[in-house]
Design a protein around this ligand. Structure first.
Ligand code: DC
Length: 229
């Protein structure tokens, strides 16, 4: 098991991935974007033409394909049967269909196992998702839960889309985000919720750098306390 495990959970577009990546860099740690894993299985299921409501078939996709997750140019790269799918997993259809994979219990169990295996091979790790502090790593050293208002999250998502040359109205983006929140929070297994011992950080009025500094301060404080015990 890694010497230091930091979990960052939170809703869609709360800035988790960017913050996890930057925090990991500052700490000399690896990072894991677990949403990319759910997205990769979603894309593979779409490519195989599998019925998204058939859990056994989804599990078959996960078992039958070779998924590789690696850090490339400080981003999480995803390969399915050796083919780079890093860009494709961010497509709109994958985003919309991922909730089916996220609510398939057996797929979740297998992905959580893969997340633990990944962490076991690292000295320090920052891992982000929806259930990292609650299910995957309940004994993590430091747990964060990032939030931001739906309108602010919609604005952030819109800037990301614009940077990629894709446009979408703010209203539609906010509606999609709120729908994803509902689906993430209502799931029976691994729902989106803060762990009882998570530090909740509202990032609505904070820049990415301010969030990273805040998390870094909390981490240092928590680890110092631990080393004094
Ligand atoms: O964070 P993201 O948008 O890349 O997540 C993609 C999907 O995966 C989204 O539907 C939520 C789901 N997910 C999950 O259920 N559990 C995780 N630990 C990470 C993501």
């Amino acid at each position: 098991m890694a010497d230091l495990i930091i979990t960052i959970d939170g809703p869609a577009a709360s800035g988790k991935s960017t913050v996890a990546r930057l925090l990991a860099k500052r700490l000399g740690a690896s990072f894991l974007d677990t949403g990319a894993m759910y997205r990769a299985v979603t894309l593979a299921a779409m490519q195989a033409g599998v019925d998204m409501s058939d859990e056994e078939k989804l599990l078959g996709v996960l078992d039958g394909k070779k998924f590789k997750f690696a850090i490339k140019e400080s981003k999480m790269a995803v390969y399915i049967d050796g083919v780079d799918a890093t860009g494709q997993i961010r497509g709109q259809q994958v985003t919309a269909s991922a909730r089916h994979i996220a609510s398939a219990a057996k797929v979740r169990a297998k992905l959580v196992e893969m997340q633990r295996q990944f962490a076991a091979g690292q000295e320090k790790i920052v891992t982000e998702g929806r259930d990292q502090g609650t299910v995957a790593f309940p004994n993590a050293d430091v747990k964060f839960f990032l939030t931001a208002s739906p309108i602010e999250r919609a604005r952030r998502r819109q800037s990301e889309l614009l940077a990629k040359g894709a446009g979408e109205s703010l209203e539609k983006i906010q509606r999609d985000i709120e729908e994803r929140d509902k689906s993430d929070q209502g799931r029976e297994i691994g729902p989106l919720k803060p762990a009882s011992d998570a530090i909740i950080v509202d990032t609505t009025d904070l820049s990415i750098e301010e969030v990273v500094e805040k998390l870094l301060d909390y981490t240092k404080e928590k680890c110092l306390k631990k080393s004094r015990k």
